[in-house]
Write a protein that binds this ligand. Structure first.
Ligand code: FRU
Length: 536
């Protein structure tokens, strides 16, 4: 695939005017032309082939969402035979949470998705709650066929009747296998493989192969901590240890545990991700992590050092893909782009919620400690269209930089000189006076997203607000990568050190982008604006 990197603004405007009738004046003066007629043709074809599919109000255009009905956590993320699998919590009969299934989609690049039939249906052991999937390369389970490694899904069965009866043993871990690239699944007749010792919240298994001990490791949430189990064959599991914050009674969900090489060194540390049901950095649910060591049985980490993987309100249950080839070596993640505070009443009508953009996670030394960073995956270049340079200059007040794209889908890359006082950043707005600000505060030394006037906000009191992204590092610049879709904005600040994911519901997609300098003006060192293509 080839991508356009053209930057002649007049040319872009002319072409887009003809196609879309939406051209507008701009402030740019110096842009060089690098037109490639083959790319032009492709871009035109893509832009004119718009159908009714996935064009509803509030429908994100380059994020995964189900065609209809309710979705929550990503599940069973595994790479197998050239495909990234995404299963997800799904209720096919309504746009609010209900009896859970695992729905299914596959992608060659984590960006373009093909919907497949529902993979796992509720059964006599219960509903199908969150979990993971692995490739059983050595066929330890014996479920392989014709010399091919089976895919194994590990999930929580939730027995509604048990919950209603007032017991506390209605969640347990089960497995299913597939011999046809995830197209059909057989549940193991010996389910559940981990029974419940009497812990009410006992769910969301994530399984990894632990190379050193040649064993499978399962980590799952048990109310306010995680439990870790071992198995030789994915069927027989032995409890080994647990990890939690003493005295902290918040509910944990959807953990993940994996090794990461510290960037620029040979050191390996283990990251334990866990999603937290309340008191996220800006309220409600959020994804956190710890960094420590793991010997195959016990995670040793400082329970006082719990960090946020994302400061926005809308990245929950983020977990990583299993079996990404070692030749690739990336740790790839995806989260559910919502918050349980309001997920079931957001104003989309036909379906509910979308996933975050896929991200690559890296681990970095941070003083005497470590921090994880998240950046958008490079495959997102597959949806890049015209790219325009924004010349370096000092922006005073508000400056319209764009109103050009037919689909209103943007990626901005902006590097500013760090202000010591005053704010700077970007305002996305529409002609109805609705806007979302993505900014850096020089006084507070933090990022923030203001969605108080973002569009439809009144459906829940916890939705509108000014949400802060904390910074605990030094830098002389403010480096922003921002992805804007019809109903979301994602900020990757300072090479992924401060990430904020937030959903928004403007009554019409934002079409104006302004760079805003506060008291101190905004000194742009370099910038680009890229139009993005829809994936549906
Ligand atoms: C997290 C979660 C999981 C559970 C699933 C049920 O969002 O509550 O703990 O398995 O959703 O849909």
């Amino acid at each position: 695939m080839e991508f356009g990197h053209r930057s002649n603004f007049v040319f872009v405007l002319e072409r887009i005017t003809t196609i879309t009738l939406i051209a507008f004046a701009l402030i740019f003066s110096t842009c060089s032309k690098d037109a490639d007629s083959e790319n032009d043709k492709k871009a035109v074809e893509v832009n004119t082939e718009k159908s009714d599919y996935y064009t509803e109000q509030y429908r994100n255009q380059f994020h995964f969402s189900p065609e209809a009905n309710w979705m929550n956590d990503p599940n069973g993320m595994v790479y197998y035979d050239g495909e990234y699998h995404l299963f997800y919590q799904y209720y096919p009969d309504s746009t609010v949470w209900g009896p859970m299934h695992w729905a299914h989609a596959v992608s060659p690049d984590m960006v373009h998705w093909e919907h497949l039939p529902i993979a796992l249906y509720p059964d006599s052991l219960g509903l199908i709650f969150s979990g993971s999937a692995v490739v059983d390369h050595q066929n330890t389970s014996g479920f392989g066929k014709d010399g091919k490694a089976p895919l194994i899904a590990i999930f929580t069965h939730h027995l509604m009747a048990g919950e209603k009866a007032g017991g506390n043993q209605y969640q347990y871990q089960s497995i299913a296998y597939s011999n046809d690239r995830g197209r059909s699944w057989t549940k193991y007749e010996g389910n559940p493989v981990v029974s419940n010792p009497g812990i009410k919240d006992f769910r969301d298994p994530k399984v990894i192969w632990h190379e050193e001990s040649q064993k499978w490791v399962m980590v799952f949430a048990a109310y306010d901590k995680v439990r870790i189990y071992n198995s030789p064959d994915l069927k027989d599991w032995t409890f080994t240890s647990e990890f939690g914050i003493p005295g902290d009674k918040r509910l944990w969900e959807c953990p993940d545990l994996f090794p990461m090489q510290v960037e620029g060194s040979d050191e390996t540390k283990w990251v334990l991700i866990t999603s937290i049901q309340k008191e996220g950095p800006n309220g409600g649910t959020a994804t956190s992590y710890f960094v420590g060591d793991f010997d195959g049985k016990t995670f040793k980490g400082d329970h006082k050092k719990q960090y946020w993987a994302d400061y926005g309100k809308d990245n929950y249950a983020m977990v990583t893909w299993s079996d990404v080839p070692s030749s690739d070596g990336r740790r790839l993640a995806l989260g559910w782009m919502s918050n349980w505070q309001y997920a079931q009443i957001v104003p989309s009508e036909k379906w509910r919620s979308a996933m975050t953009l896929p991200r690559v996670l890296t681990l970095h030394k941070h003083g005497n400690d470590y921090r994880m960073r998240s950046m958008p995956v490079k495959e997102l270049a597959n949806i890049e269209d015209e790219k325009v340079e924004i010349p370096a200059k000092v922006f005073k007040g508000e400056n319209l930089i764009s109103k050009i794209s037919k689909d209103h889908l943007y990626k901005l890359e902006l590097t500013f000189k760090k202000p010591s006082s005053g704010d700077l950043g970007v305002r996305f707005s529409n002609d109805k006076g609705e806007y979302t600000d993505v900014k850096f505060s020089g006084v507070g030394n933090h990022y923030y997203i203001d969605r108080t006037k973002s569009g439809t906000i009144s459906f829940n009191e916890n939705f509108p607000g000014v949400h802060l992204g904390e910074i605990d590092y030094e830098s002389s610049t403010v480096d922003m990568i921002i992805y804007l879709d019809h109903a979301s904005v994602e900020l990757f600040g300072d090479q992924g050190q401060c990430v904020m994911t937030e959903i928004v519901f403007p009554s019409t997609p934002y079409s104006n982008i302004e760079i805003i300098g506060g008291k101190e003006n905004a000194e742009l060192i370099k910038g680009t604006m890229t139009n993005l293509k829809r994936i549906w």
